[in-house]
Design a protein around this ligand. Structure first.
Ligand code: UTP
Ligand code: MN
Length: 500
């Protein structure tokens, strides 16, 4: 058509060959080579997008070669696109990311290639050439919680509750291996958007060993597990569970007291040789309140109180809720906050002053303050459970019913109009904000697997302070959680998807 309009005698000039020629802009991302598919996009839009990407430092290939890493298409008809791609005879096609224009747009906005997420991918829907009728396998579930999306909706609560009882019982016996095995299994089942109905359905899932499967089989068949029931009725398990429910009593102390024959709170309190520390005394004093769940409304009210205290000290105070409430949970055992200021070195003073203010307000019932031991030279830390080194405090606050929408959670017959609540506040320096936020958002299993993934899959060390690349021998800077996921080559997981 075009040629016909040009008319006889005027030969259309052939387009110059531009293969692999990067004309404008300096190359910033050598590991990434884009190819924009012209189909549906059209030539002029393709050329516009090519220039845009090159101006931002991306390499854009004009020809689809084996070197291309990202094939970007605006074609939303996947089958047609894949048929065309497969017709190119490319050996490296299975390694290429075939992505939708949304990945391109996100990358242009961020000024760098963003991690490819499922929503960006154009899935190959063409049947494989072998064995025509095998069903397409369900997306494989990763063994790492940081590669799974786990909301607060748990479709397998009966099974995961059972696993957690067993995990806890092994924790009381300091048997780390089986404890972790049951925790991992529970975490995998929590991520499933479906309820397990038969053992067969779990065949392709990771982290489910013989023992977890045996427990599952019993529950699926009889609705209960012998092993779990035996544990629940075990006297030692019950006692340790009771003792560790007190703020300040850990598994070691609980076990020691159990071995001395103590079985109840009365036994402990009546034993003259036992000197409770301040934390344990407070734990007993506020036992009823602290063991009652904290609601979202209560968490919000506490956020307002601490935010106000922070701003009264410095107007640029920054407060963020972390822990379970940031992950969208309705209830928690405490409320976790991150409090800081953009002023370098002022975060520790800010926290101390906030604590002082809470005291003056008469609402500080207990405070365990831990000053900063942060020293960048001592990083990275190889132990996961190691405490972080930021200034922080473990508090018990008095929350007045009037501050909470709908009042405070009360026990039956309680007419005090207030309750005690456990609150944790951590104050990292601003340049550590992203790492501290990621570390304190949890869940514990999510954090454990982030660190394990970093170590095993990326030769990197992650903790609440930093990410260290052992190959490059350097620390990786991050302003946001997204930066950290990108450094790890992980798809970004939203906080509400981290309930692993
Ligand atoms: P929590 O124990 O408060 O758990 O620790 P949670 O997920 O909020 O659940 P509930 O509702 O309170 O029971 C929150 C996160 O903070 C981290 C933990 O690893 C967890 O991921 N954390 C806690 C630290 O990193 N350091 C600490 O000193 C304490
Ligand atoms: Mn918490």
């Amino acid at each position: 058509m075009l040629q016909a309009r040009v008319g006889p005698g005027v030969r259309k000039r052939p387009r110059p060959v531009e293969a692999g020629v990067q004309r404008q802009g300096e190359v910033k991302f050598r590991d990434v080579r884009l190819y924009l598919v012209e189909r549906k996009m059209g030539r002029s839009r393709r050329s516009f997008l090519t220039q845009l990407a090159r101006s931002k430092g991306f390499i854009v290939e004009d020809v689809l070669s084996e070197e291309v890493t990202h094939v970007v298409s605006e074609d939303n008809e996947a089958a047609g696109l894949w048929a065309w791609l497969k017709g190119r005879g490319l050996k490296e096609l299975p390694k290429m990311q075939v992505v939708d224009i949304s990945w391109f747009t996100d990358s242009m906005r961020e000024g760098k290639p963003v991690a490819v997420e499922t929503r960006h991918c154009i899935q190959d829907t063409l049947p494989t050439l072998s064995e025509g009728s095998t069903p397409t396998p369900v997306a494989t579930v990763s063994q790492y919680a940081c590669q799974r999306r786990t909301t607060t909706e748990n479709n397998n609560k009966i099974l995961t509750d059972a696993f957690e009882v067993l995990a806890e019982s092994y924790e009381f016996s300091e048997m780390e291996g089986p404890c972790l095995a049951f925790r991992r299994a529970a975490s995998v089942l929590k991520s499933l958007p479906w309820a397990v109905q038969s053992l067969g359905a779990t065949q392709d899932l990771p982290c489910l060993g013989e023992r977890t499967k045996a427990v599952m089989e019993e529950i699926l068949q009889y609705g209960r597990s012998f092993e779990v029931e035996k544990t629940l009725s075990d006297e030692r398990y019950q006692t340790l569970k009771l003792f560790t429910s007190v703020f300040g009593i850990g598994p070691k102390t609980a076990d020691r007291w159990h071995r001395r024959g103590l079985r109840s709170f009365t036994d402990i309190l009546a034993e003259p040789s036992i000197q409770l520390n301040r934390m344990q005394q407070t734990g007993f004093l506020h036992y009823g309140d602290i063991s009652r769940a904290v609601s979202k409304a209560e968490a919000r009210a506490l956020g307002n109180i601490i935010d106000e205290a922070g701003r009264a000290i410095t107007p640029d105070a920054v407060l963020a809720v972390t822990g379970g409430f940031r992950r969208g949970k309705e209830f928690g055992h405490d409320v976790d906050f991150l409090l800081t200021t953009p002023q370098r070195g002022k975060e520790e003073g800010l926290l101390v002053n906030v604590i002082d203010r809470l005291k003056q307000q008469g609402i500080l019932l207990y405070c365990d303050y831990q000053a900063s031991t942060f020293d960048m030279d001592k990083l990275p830390c190889h132990r996961f459970e190691a405490m972080d080194q930021f200034p922080k405090c473990f508090l018990i606050l008095r929350l007045e019913g009037g501050c909470v929408e709908g009042g405070v959670q009360r026990a039956e017959g309680d007419d005090r109009g207030w309750r005690a609540v456990r609150v944790d506040i951590v104050s990292p320096p601003m340049e550590r904000y992203a790492y501290a936020l990621l570390g304190w958002t949890g869940s514990r299993q999510f954090e454990r697997d982030l660190r394990r993934y970093a170590r095993m899959e990326r030769r990197m060390l992650l903790d609440n302070h930093a990410l260290y690349d052992k190959t490059k021998e350097e620390f990786l800077a991050a302003e946001t959680e997204k930066d950290i996921f990108a450094h790890l080559g992980l798809e970004y997981i939203e906080p509400w998807q981290r309930n692993a």
